[in-house]
Design a protein around this ligand. Structure first.
Ligand code: UDP
Length: 498
């Protein structure tokens, strides 16, 4: 690999880093990847997970990860009991609040970890609670931001004046000096329009506490969000805010399939995929949750059938029963004999190994809800994305997909179920998927983004250099035993201390 970067060698002591993720697979996965990346840089890693977990998948994946990486120390932070007896509302938001209220319990855990820690990496929503504790312990706090850099621009806007967000506006404008294009109002997460919403309240409180952090690590890279990173870092550093540190794409975790998938089921779709021609399969997955209503799921099924394209669909729905024919029941008559696994398509209701699927030569496109992990994984694999955001930050991330050239974003499909009269029809979906899979120009652009990802994390690449800077800063804390030699980037690295 050739790069224009100028680097030499420098020795420093590898830091010991505690990682404390928030609830949900979308939060857990990037922390496990960060752990893998840090192990690759010879760091010592302690993983602290909230207990109990919100979903069975989190426990299963954590267990599988720890089995595969026994060098990672693990502690559980026992959450305080739910004191509000709230059973209604978004379970994720409620759990974020419970974790924040339990963070004071982390102090004895952090001070007893041996060898002593060099730094703690945690979620934005922990900043205001964890920041003062860590300052007291003399431990630097880094945030791992689990979405796009572009979303940080929106959250900065929100935290400076939440009343500016109004659903009757047509767009959100960013400060002119940033040069970031305005965001159509439909792409703004709906909770942002209510300052009293639990998520908005937590985001604003914690974003205002970000000065307590040394830096914000992001699973993104120059080839995906160059303009946004450049603009935001310029203004953040001027305003004394911690910099955005693009260190992605984070490494894949090499682990056994979690116990939510039986080996037989895992084997089925992998065997099927192995038999398909290159770039012929569209992979469809809307993340770890269940964002799509049944009527839309059935139209999507019809669309996949009408597209004439081979497909692998990892379907998730709370309406999906455990029965042997649960998938058939959910899909109704939208998909016929093609589900059998010998035909043109395959529908899997279990947890799939998305990394492996995206890395398969057979996969030529990804219909995605644009959860940030999925976008970053598609970018790393160089697989084009047909963006179909459903909620939360996904609308913002879908713009990143489009602006970077990684994929297409049919905006007339709306975001989620709220913006249209009824579901997007199968005919329209089928036609779009057919055109998407035939788009060789798009495939070539996505491939180039995958190549840029590889360069970014290679020695001398932008993400590698940025992480080196972070590790060097962290290593100023009490030493761990291992001393490593790392590359020292003399130019193009982002300053770490604000
Ligand atoms: N994922 C997976 N198998 C599945 C569903 C999801 O491996 O069957 C992984 C996916 O690769 C990603 C994460 O779960 O790393 C989902 O995160 P994302 O941010 O894309 O979406 P969310 O689930 O948070 O909406």
């Amino acid at each position: 690999m050739t790069t224009s970067h100028d680097y030499g060698a420098e020795s420093f002591t590898a830091p010991h880093i505690a990682l404390f993720p928030n609830a949900g697979m979308g939060h857990l996965m990037p922390y496990l990847r960060l752990a893998t990346t840090l192990l690759g840089r010879r760091c010592r890693v302690t993983l602290i997970t909230p207990s109990p977990t919100l979903t069975a998948a989190e426990s299963a994946v954590t267990a599988s990860f720890l089995l595969s990486y026994p060098e990672v120390s693990h502690h559980e932070l026992r959450l305080i009991p739910d004191d509000d007896n709230t059973t209604s509302g978004n379970p994720y938001f409620l759990r974020f609040g419970r974790i924040a209220r339990s963070i004071y319990l982390i102090r004895p855990l952090l001070s007893s970890v041996s060898p002593p820690l060099s730094a703690v990496v945690s979620d934005l929503l922990a900043a205001s609670q964890a920041g003062p504790i860590l300052a007291d312990l003399g431990l630097p706090l880094y945030i791992l931001w689990t979405s796009s850099a572009k979303l940080t621009a929106l959250v900065d806007n929100l935290s400076s004046d939440p009343s500016r967000f109004n659903s009757s506006l047509s767009q959100v404008d960013f400060p002119a000096n940033l040069g970031i294009p305005p965001l159509p109002i439909e792409s703004v997460p709906p909770p942002f329009f209510s300052p009293d919403h639990i998520l908005t309240h937590m985001l604003v409180t914690n974003a205002r506490a970000l000065h307590l952090a040394k830096g914000i690590l992001i699973n993104t890279f120059e080839g995906l969000e160059h303009e946004t990173l450049k603009a935001l870092n310029h203004s953040r550093i001027e305003n004394g805010m911690p910099p955005l540190l693009a260190i992605g794409p984070l490494e894949l975790c090499r682990m056994e399939p979690p116990k939510t998938t039986t080996p037989a089921q895992a084997g089925d779709y992998k065997r099927w995929l192995d038999c398909q021609p290159a770039d012929s399969v569209v992979y469809v997955c809307f993340g770890s949750k269940d964002p799509i209503e049944v009527a839309q799921i059935q139209e999507l099924g019809k669309g996949l059938m009408m597209s004439g394209v081979r497909f692998l669909w990892a379907v998730k729905s709370r309406e999906l029963s455990d029965k042997a024919d649960g998938v058939r029941e959910l899909l109704g008559d939208s998909i016929g004999e093609d589900i059998v696994g010998r035909g043109r398509g395959m529908v899997v209701s279990e947890w799939v190994d998305q990394d492996e699927i995206l890395g398969s030569p057979a996969v030529g496109g990804f219909v995605s809800h644009c959860g940030w992990n999925s976008v970053a994984e598609a970018a790393a694999a160089g697989v084009p994305v047909l963006a179909w955001p459903q909620n939360g930050d996904q609308g913002v991330n879908a713009h990143v997909v489009e602006e970077s050239g990684l994929g297409i974003f049919p905006k007339n499909w709306g975001i989620g179920n709220g913006h249209r009269n009824g579901p997007v029809k199968g005919e329209e979906i089928g036609e779009k998927i057919r055109d998407f899979m035939k788009n060789e120009g798009l495939r070539a652009r996505a491939r180039r983004i995958g190549e840029a990802a590889e360069v970014a994390v290679g020695v001398g690449g932008s993400s590698h250099a940025t992480l080196t800077g972070v590790l060097r800063e962290m290593a100023r804390r009490p030493p761990d035993a291992v001393t490593v030699t790392v590359s020292r980037i003399l130019r193009y690295s982002i300053p770490v201390s604000a």
